[in-house]
Design a binder for this molecule. Structure first.
Ligand code: F6P
Length: 539
């Protein structure tokens, strides 16, 4: 069954939200808090080790009711069911969307084309486990008999961002292996990594769902050439493994068929860290931690599937985002983790969110006349407070923010943790309340300076407070955003799981590349022609 093709703007709920927006647009959240002593409790979801406070949003009871009605009007419940049961909801590519199956328990049954995929998923997991254990305990050795000390993940996009973010986020749980990620086709990237490596003790994991990606194959070939300066062809089998759906291409690269970790076309690149694409994660933190990451995601899957929408974290976050994007014309959302470990989290989510929901055609193929995908950005607090928070507090744009924090730090330095969390709490309080002219005057500001010191407040934030950063809680957090992406895609009536928008640039790049060596054979606009000629004269 296909996803429904309901234009959200034609639903009753959308019309109610439109009228309602005009009524409540001028309300200040601090008045809403003053009027309702229960507001914070009413709009907080506690689930497992998650405490999600969404009370600091520009919503009333009516707003929340209408947003939930919108979810029903677009048949979100049915869409969730379709996704989890393996229907081919990625219709433009004719594929199921089943990253959830990768973290389901072994007892689960998920059919694709009439076949239960879970046994296959678990057979690959066992392969990951055995391989990980052998590399970590040193029993798997390189071509000179030495144990591995370094792992290099070669991939880009979903074959890089997820594993790189998770390995960085879970560095507290890391073992002795040093892990690097090579992604950019910029040769300086790969060379900077190569100079830190010893070919005798380095394991290379080439990750490419298609095994046709220019960046990944170029980097893999450069590394192979470098490796072969000290080793021989048959040593490749000991040092190179691959994760891919394209088994033929992997073998013709020279990789031993035993060293291939398969994946499936029903796993989208940007949702693939739960598959063998996460091999580098397993190698870096050990298989048990990798399995806990998947357990966490599975718990969030169950929550998303079964929880009533009013207390369903991804659903609520998705609806709030629609509220700002489509009614307040907010163009971007900022994600601020109060944990240095989550340094790469927003970068990772940029692909998940923007590659999925950056679409301008609806599920019937018609041009859309409402806003879809939000711009995603962010950096950890407190650093970002000293960088771009000025604009969030006093700029002219409305930027809804997700604040993510952990009640416990991993090293247990309470002095630092209290300072960190005081900032975490203070920022959302400041964004809510702002500072009035009266308050500024009371503080003794000079009259001429008063206008510059006023904070309007009324800036929406979600606070996602989690007990501790563990593999399991990180799994939950990532899955929470994955499901939010799905909720929004369903509401916007778009296909979230294709990415045709990345193709045009790739095609043109391959044409231009040929022109560097020979003559200019393609018709270009005047600007591109000049730039090409400039490069050719200087390269
Ligand atoms: O950028 C487009 C894209 O197809 C992403 O969706 C994907 O994650 C990335 O390229 C890498 O693709 P592959 O794993 O096939 O090398």
């Amino acid at each position: 069954m296909a996803l429904p093709t309901i234009n959200p703007t034609q639903t009753n709920a959308w019309k109610k939200l439109q009228d309602h927006y005009n009524e409540i647009n001028g309300l200040h959240m601090k008045d809403l808090f003053a009027q309702d002593s229960e507001r914070a409790n009413k709009y907080t979801i506690t689930w497992d080790d998650f405490y999600v406070d969404f009370s600091k949003n520009r919503i009333t009871e009516d707003t929340f009711t209408y947003l939930l009605e919108l979810a029903n009007d677009v048949k979100l419940k049915e869409a969730i069911e379709s996704q989890f049961s393996g229907e081919k909801i990625n219709q433009t590519e004719g594929r199921a969307v089943l990253h959830s199956a990768l973290r389901a328990p072994e007892s689960a049954v998920v059919h694709v084309d009439g076949e239960n995929v879970i046994p296959e998923v678990f057979s690959v997991k066992r392969k990951i486990e055995t391989f990980t254990n052998e590399v970590v305990d040193g029993s798997r050795k390189g071509y000179t008999g030495k144990a591995f000390t370094h792992v290099v993940n070669i991939g880009i996009g979903g074959s890089d961002l997820g594993p790189a973010m998770v390995v960085d986020s879970l560095q507290f749980y890391k073992n002795h292996l040093t892990t690097y990620f090579v992604s950019n086709v910029d040769g300086d990237h790969v060379n900077e990594i190569i100079k830190k490596l010893d070919p005798e003790t380095t394991l290379f994991v080439i990750v490419s769902k298609t095994f046709t990606t220019q960046e990944t194959l170029s980097n893999a070939n450069t590394i192979k050439d470098w490796f072969l300066k000290s080793a021989s062809e048959e040593d490749i089998a000991k040092h190179f493994v691959a994760v891919s759906t394209n088994l033929e291409a992997v073998q013709s690269f020279g990789i031993d068929p035993n060293n291939i970790f398969p994946m499936w076309d029903w796993v989208g690149g940007r949702f693939s860290l739960w598959s063998a694409v996460g091999l580098s994660i397993s190698l870096a933190v050990g298989y048990d931690n990798y399995a806990s990451l998947l357990t966490g995601a599975n718990k969030m899957d169950d929550h998303f599937k079964n929880e009533d929408f009013s207390t369903n974290i991804p659903v609520v976050l998705g609806l709030l985002s629609i509220w700002y994007n489509n009614f307040f014309d907010a163009e971007s959302e900022v994600i601020i983790p109060y944990s240095q470990y989550l340094n790469q989290f927003a970068t990772y989510l940029q692909q998940g969110i923007m590659e999925s929901n950056g679409k301008c055609v609806d599920r019937k193929g018609n041009a859309i006349d409402y806003q879809t995908g939000t711009l995603i950005w962010g950096e950890p607090g407190t650093n970002s407070q000293h960088a771009f928070f000025q604009l969030i507090h006093q700029g002219t744009k409305l930027i809804p923010a997700d604040f993510i924090g952990f009640t416990k730090s991993l090293y247990g330095n309470q002095d630092h943790q209290d300072k960190l969390i005081s900032n975490f709490l203070a920022q959302t309080e400041a964004l809510l309340n702002g500072k009035t002219e009266e308050q500024v005057i009371d503080e003794g500001a000079k009259a001429s300076i008063v206008p510059f010191k006023i904070f309007e407040g009324n800036k929406p934030t979600n606070t996602i407070f989690i007990d501790k950063l563990t593999p399991e809680s990180l799994g939950k957090l990532i899955a929470m955003y994955e499901h939010k992406i799905f909720v929004q895609g369903v509401i916007w009536n778009i296909y979230s799981y294709d990415q045709f928008g990345v193709e045009l640039g790739k095609q043109l790049a391959s044409k231009i590349l040929k022109e560097f060596g020979g003559g200019i054979t393609n018709a270009h606009d005047a600007s591109t022609s000049n730039l090409l000629a400039h490069y050719k004269s200087k390269r």
